[in-house]
Design a protein. Structure first.
Length: 254
């Protein structure tokens, strides 16, 4: 289905006896910023991790229902999670570049591991392209042999984004990517989202209604493992259908 990048049907997630995601049905269009918002502990990050099967790294997790990425059933026995993750980039809450690798090597690491280019020149071109896409090239082009510990938190997060983009994914999953960086870094990453959404489907987890309102095209409001409301961002914020949604987006709780 060309009009749907990610689709879930009757999706449930359990951690042992804890029922975290409860029967979620969701369709995410391609090449938009889709925000998953809600208070802490509502299931946002868990839902995000079902999309690329990172949820399976938790031995107590159990997934029921369907998740389709670009029409392909994610939890089919025929689906190789390693191959799946090549198409789905992931950016976490805490900037996590590899500290023992240089800035260049950080961006190049996945490309080299998966043998996505055939020469050193191609690798250099891919790294430069990814750093430019992540709006970081001008700031680090003379520091490619330095280690990431010497750059700011916001720059490290954009370096991680560049590392994900270098794999040429179709989808980017972002789990509160601006929660632990400075305000300048937040602004640059939010600006970056506007530029990237023309080429990628971006799913953004945020606990900030204000951020969801600023950067997303569509939004889903989660509460206690269920979707309370989903739709175009402007509509959800300006004319919410549910009282709980209105309370959340106006800051009455959360």
């Amino acid at each position: 289905m060309r009009d749907v990048a990610i689709e879930t049907r009757n999706l449930h997630v359990h951690y042992g006896n804890n029922h975290v995601i409860k029967g979620i049905n969701l369709k995410i269009p391609p090449k938009v910023v889709f925000a998953l918002m809600g208070p802490s502990g509502c299931g946002k990050s868990t839902l995000l991790r079902t999309f690329n099967r990172l949820i399976e790294l938790n031995p107590n997790a159990r997934v029921e229902g369907s998740v389709k990425i670009l029409g392909k059933e994610v939890y089919s026995p025929e689906t190789d999670p390693v191959e799946l993750r090549k198409e789905i980039g992931m950016v976490f809450q805490y900037p996590n570049p590899f500290p023992h690798l240089t800035i260049f090597e950080n961006v190049a690491s996945g490309v080299k591991l998966n043998k996505l280019v055939s020469s050193k020149d191609e690798l250099k071109e891919r790294v430069e392209w990814a750093l430019k896409k992540a709006a970081l090239w001008d700031e680090v082009k003379d520091r490619l042999k330095d280690y990431p510990g010497g750059i700011s938190g916001g720059q490290r997060q954009r370096l991680v984004i560049a590392r994900a983009l270098a794999m040429r994914p179709k989808i980017l999953l972002m789990d509160e990517p601006t929660a632990n960086i400075d305000p300048v870094g937040v602004q640059k990453i939010e600006e970056l989202l506007f530029e990237l959404k023309g080429e990628y489907t971006i799913v953004l987890v945020t606990h900030s209604p204000a951020q969801a309102a600023r950067v997303s095209d569509y939004v889903a409001f989660l509460y206690l493992g269920e979707i309370v409301e989903v739709g175009p961002t402007r509509k959800v914020f300006e004319n919410p259908e549910h009282e709980l949604t209105e309370k959340y987006v106006t800051g009455a709780f959360g």
